[in-house]
Design a protein around this ligand. Structure first.
Ligand code: SF4
Length: 352
């Protein structure tokens, strides 16, 4: 289906006012990838040499991102998360944030980052309207960090986290992907560190979205595995009622160094997309850096909003394209199904 064909039909359709799929799920959380490039080379995500990056002309401009965001907000989206690759490798993110913050209704604005550039940019981002950050960090061990990311930059990540806290970005969520025989045993140490620092620790199951297509179910560290390691040291109590939040939350009742923990609530999150999928309540949409709308991380279909934008579609026609895509959103990722096929587009070009 080409954008042009839809555009013609769109103008005749009733104006779109909300984004609800065939399962009654309302899309309210938009993840926008600002670039497919990254400043790290995490072994579970991409090869050491990197990938073939998008050419500049294919990447949405700030004007295009702001225009599309205004349409999504008009259709009921409430929060925008800026992602990558690594979003802060793109120039001018603070300027883009301030334009998004000026939109009506104002979205909640967050950023998923590896924090390498956060120490320099946190104050600017906060002043521009950024509300909070999710930082990816899988280990506190310098050597392990160098092995996992192929870069010796742990100190920069820790400095970035501190700068985010000093700039008033809150809450600060730290996301760790645990790999068997690499950093699974460090889960307790990571949680203890986050509790002392006042960060919200979350552990994420590795998903079949790596560029190398090397992911296997057998190698994956499950939510059960993580909880087993944590419960060796901590007393956890499920919080329940996650709504459409990806993380299953646990209250931390007790554990080592409790008297050194920062002010609560003391929580830990487990994002178990594979073994405890949360697709039933999914409210997320993703816009890739090259302007493709993905209704699910694991979609095999994309809607080309960039082509529509650049061939003169008006806002109503773009809204219709978006609504049509959402109406066709799949029930879930289907990873457990025998015919599951990993999408061609890797996580680094979709965004968390
Ligand atoms: S896998 Fe797809 S449907 Fe499921 S929660 Fe993630 S984005 Fe939503």
């Amino acid at each position: 289906m080409t954008a042009v064909a839809l555009t013609t039909r769109a103008s005749a359709a009733a104006p779109v006012t909300e984004l609800v799929d065939a399962f009654g799920r309302r899309a309210e959380d938009l993840r926008i990838s600002l670039t497919d490039k990254c400043s790290l080379r995490c072994t579970y995500c991409m090869p050491a040499e990197g990938l073939e990056w998008l050419s500049k002309d294919r990447v949405l401009s700030d004007d295009e991102i702001v225009r599309l965001s205004a349409i999504f907000l008009r259709l009921g989206v409430k929060s925008i998360r800026l992602t990558g690759g690594e979003p802060l490798v793109r120039p001018g993110v603070a300027g883009l944030v301030s334009r998004l913050a000026a939109l009506e209704p104002r979205p909640e604005l967050s950023l998923t980052t590896n924090a390498l550039a956060l120490a320099d940019k946190a104050v600017d981002l906060a002043r521009s309207g950024l509300d909070r950050v999710n930082v990816s960090l899988d280990t506190l061990d310098r050597e392990k960090f160098r092995t996992l990311t192929r870069r010796d930059r742990l100190a920069d990540v820790l400095a970035g986290l501190q700068a985010a806290a000093d700039a008033g970005l809150a809450p600060i969520k730290v996301n760790a992907v645990l790999m068997r025989d690499q950093n699974l045993s460090e889960a307790g140490e990571l949680l203890g560190w986050a509790l002392r620092a006042g960060y919200r620790m979350r552990f994420i199951e590795h998903m079949p979205l790596d560029a190398q297509h090397a992911w296997t179910r057998a190698d994956m560290v499950t939510a059960e595995d993580v909880l087993a390691v944590l419960e060796d040291e901590f007393v956890l109590r499920p919080v329940g009622n996650r709504g459409n939040a990806p993380a299953e939350e646990f209250e931390i009742v007790d554990g080592p160094g409790r008297d050194t923990w920062a002010v609560g609530p003391w929580r830990v999150g487990i994002i178990a997309s594979v073994t405890r999928p949360f697709c039933r309540d999914c409210d997320r949409l993703r816009l890739t850096a090259d302007g493709q709308l993905r209704t699910c991380l694991f979609s095999h279909d994309e809607t080309d909003l960039r082509a529509a934008l650049r061939t003169g579609a008006d806002d109503d026609e773009l809204a219709q394209l978006i609504a049509t895509a959402v109406a066709g959103k799949a029930a879930g990722h289907g990873i457990a199904l025998p015919d599951f096929k990993q999408p061609d587009r890797p996580m680094s070009a979709i965004g968390g």
